[in-house]
Design a protein around this ligand. Structure first.
Ligand code: F6R
Length: 253
């Protein structure tokens, strides 16, 4: 029995079945808004990609209609491509501004995305990790999931003990993300990402999944073994994870 297997607990995730993408986003938004109301200085861990777009849209709507305020909130994002200027349309810095930060009252100085253009990436990784600890750690981390089980950009094989680090993107991840770029050649080969341990340090985690293309990954996450070959499986060792997924994503379990 390996060290990892011996740590396996019998915990099952709280799984919330949503009918579709809209309902998944609504349930997640309700939880996040609830936290911000209860704890106006919360630290929110945020993800990019198509999965949380609906959630961010609803946070903006709620901010405009009900005045939920993010003035005291701090945010940390999971990851950023390496070698893309932060103003590039495909950078996660730009994604977050366009999909959320520019439309709510968060202080932009309190929003954080790792710098994928730092001259010394190792130093940037340490700075980012230390910053998360300095601000008291993440209260609620939002995650999507890659087809290969990546969370953040922690690709298969990443140590469960990893902190923020630089990683080479898997071909499958680059192919999945090529939809945002003009050609496959433009998709960065490397990224900087919070590590598995950095994610596991969060107080609470919500993993979102929508669509049939995520069904296999969700099945493996819920029913498969806990292994570094499938990074999301580390979440089985966390005590407060909720999966909010739609019918298609849950179709294999
Ligand atoms: C993005 C991130 C990734 C995505 C995953 C799913 O910040 O960390 O792990 O959550 O690649 O991407 P989508 O949502 O586009 O299917």
């Amino acid at each position: 029995m390996t060290a990892l297997q011996s740590k396996v607990n019998t915990k099952v995730f709280e799984i919330i079945h949503a009918e579709n993408y809209e309902e998944m986003s609504r349930i997640a938004a309700k939880r996040m808004i609830g936290l911000v109301k209860r704890k106006p200085n919360a630290v929110l861990g945020l993800a990019t990609g198509s999965t949380p777009e609906g959630l961010y849209k609803l946070l903006i709507e709620d901010h405009k209609e009900n005045g939920t305020s993010y003035k005291g909130v701090k945010t940390v994002n999971l990851d950023e491509y390496m070698g893309l200027d932060r103003n590039d349309k495909n950078s996660y810095f730009t994604f977050m501004r366009e999909h959320l930060f520019n439309h709510i009252d968060v202080n932009l100085d309190n929003t954080n995305v790792p710098n994928g253009m730092a001259t010394n990436m190792e130093e940037e990784a340490v700075r980012y990790e230390n910053y998360i600890h300095e601000i008291g750690g993440v209260d609620l981390q939002i995650l999507g999931i890659g087809h290969n089980g990546h969370i953040g950009f922690n690709e298969p094989g990443t140590s469960f003990e990893s902190k923020t680090h630089v990683i080479e993107l898997a071909e499958r991840t680059r192919e999945a993300n090529a939809r945002y770029f003009n050609s496959m050649d433009e998709v960065p080969t490397h990224a900087i990402t919070m590590g598995i341990q950095s994610i596991m340090d969060s107080e609470e985690i919500i993993l979102l999944a929508s669509g049939a293309s995520k069904a296999e990954a969700i099945k493996r996450l819920v029913c498969g073994e806990i292994t570094e070959d499938f990074p999301a499986s580390a979440l089985r060792l966390h005590s407060k994870v909720t999966i909010i997924a739609d019918e298609e994503a849950l179709s294999l379990i």
